[in-house]
Design a protein. Sequence first.
Length: 197
Amino acid sequence: MDDQGDPADIEQLLDRIEARAAGRSHVSIGEMMDAVGHRTFGPLVLLVGLILVTPLSGVPGIPTLMGLLTLLTLGQVLLGRTHFWLPGLLLQRQVPRQKLVQGLHILLPAARRIDRLIRPRFTFLVKGPGLYAMALACMVIAIVMPATELVPFSASIAGVALMTFGLAMISKDGLLAVLAWGVSLAGPVMLVRTIGS
C-alpha cells in the first residue's frame, strides 16, 4: 500500500491511475486504490465515478462491482471509520488496461477545465451532516447499480453523480455538492423517460 496523500484534483487522480497501469495488460481494483490513497473516502468515490463514465462501464459486471465497492466503503463512513477496509476478493478484481487508459485520456481535457473551477466554498455542505448525507446518497446510487447493467448508458449517469460527490468531498466545495445532488435527483427521471420511450 502506497503512503501518499489524497489527490488534490481530478487530473492528479488520473495521472496516478495511469502511472500505476503502465506496462500491464490488466489493472486490479486494489492497485487503482493504492494509486489514489486509502486514507479518506472522497478519492474512492471519485475513482468509482470515473470508472463508470469510461468505456469500462460497458464491461459486464463492472457497474455491480463498483456499486459493491461504494456500499462497503461508505457504509464504513456512516460507522465513523476514518480509514476503510475492503475484502481481498474485491481488490483482486481486474479491468482491461486498454479500456481504462482510453477512458482516462478521454476525460483528461474536461478534468483540467473542471479543476480550474473548484475550490473550498460553502464547506458546511461537505462536513458533518452534509458529508453523511452525501454518503447516504452515494449508497442509494450504489444499491441500484446492478440494474444499470440492463439500461444502456445509465451506469454513466450514476458515474457522473458519484464523480461529482467524490470531487466535492476532496475539494470541500459545497457548490459542487449541490450540483451532485442535482445530478442524483435528475438521473432517475432521465432513466424513467429512457425506459418509457
